[in-house]
Design a binder for this molecule. Structure first.
Ligand code: SAM
Length: 285
């Protein structure tokens, strides 16, 4: 990295920003939906950013993908059919397919370019997941898909961009209402819900919109280094009020039975991750 190395400056917030040296720009394009860049950085490996916001890095993607996937699937206990909205890099898909009990995964991603470019420049994330016979990739707007599909799912994982651009519709009450519609009884919805320390309003907004349609809505947390501003909140919604309080011993049994090798998720962390710090809890109202 020399002083002529260009830097990627994240443009999520008006008054603070994180920057990454772009040691090598591998791909940059304005797709039909968003501005897409993939570059190499000495610390984070390969980094994908969409519309100026870091989405995924090969160095720390395991944190977010394990927590967005294993928490709902192991809490559910009998998930067979999973819907992923967004998730174009394939990380959630990869982690979902590791559950042999899952019979089918439908992934609805609006931008084919994200799938194609991540497969080409960040192949370690998806691996062979898109070729798995259980995978069904649908290139469409996730909001439209859940409004129209007749399919039903045990778990819905919304791995979206932030509520701007194409991702905005995935934070609306209509979207949550339709997620409820496509969930089977005891179904669980989880979603990317930003960093409470800097995006606390998004917690309050999505909590109010989801609670109209689910008996139990809350959040759990994970520390994702490349999501600037402290731990990240992951939204949770289910009509089963016990689903977010499965005893650690039960989670440990399910985790062992699933034969998962993880680098962040543990049954103990799962049992504790719904405990929010007071300032974040104050946003859930
Ligand atoms: N883990 C990242 C995060 O937490 O910000 C998100 C990663 S993933 C790349 C986000 C995906 O959401 C992108 O591939 C984007 O194209 C997709 N997306 C945005 N709006 C969408 C919509 N309305 N329907 C389906 N996919 C959408």
């Amino acid at each position: 990295m020399g002083d002529e190395t260009p830097w990627f400056k994240e443009t999520l917030y008006p008054a603070v920003a994180q920057s990454f040296a772009m040691d090598r720009v591998l791909f940059r394009e304005r797709s039909a939906h968003q501005d897409l860049v993939i570059f190499e950085n000495a610390i984070y490996g390969r980094v994908l950013a969409l519309d100026g916001a870091v989405q995924v890095t090969t160095r720390d993607e395991f944190v977010y993908h394990e927590m967005m996937t294993h928490v709902p699937i192991l809490a559910h206990g009998k998930a067979k059919r999973v819907l992923i909205v967004g998730g174009g890099d394939g990380g959630i898909l990869r982690e979902t397919l590791r559950h042999k009990s899952v019979a089918s995964v439908t992934m609805v991603e609006i931008d084919r370019a994200v799938v194609d470019m991540c497969l080409k420049w960040m192949p370690s994330i998806a691996g062979k997941s898109f070729a798995d016979k259980r995978t069904r990739l649908v290139i469409a707007d996730g909001a439209k898909y859940v409004a129209e599909t007749a399919e039903k799912f045990d778990v819905v994982i919304v791995d979206s961009t932030d509520p701007q651009g194409p991702g905005e519709v995935l934070f609306t009450e209509a979207f949550y209402r339709n997620c409820k519609r496509v969930l089977k009884p005891k179904g669980i919805l989880v979603n990317q819900n930003g960093v409470p320390f800097l995006q606390g309003d998004e917690m309050t907004m999505t909590y109010r919109r989801r609670r109209k349609h689910f008996a139990h809505t809350s959040f759990y947390v994970a520390a994702v280094p490349s999501y600037y501003g402290g731990f990240m909140a992951l939204g949770w919604a289910s009509d089963d009020p016990k689903a977010h309080r499965v005893p650690e011993a039960t989670l440990a049994k399910r985790f062992a039975a699933a034969k998962l090798k993880t680098r962040y998720y543990t049954p103990g962390l799962h049992a504790g991750c719904f405990g929010l710090p007071a300032f974040a809890q104050a946003r859930v109202k």
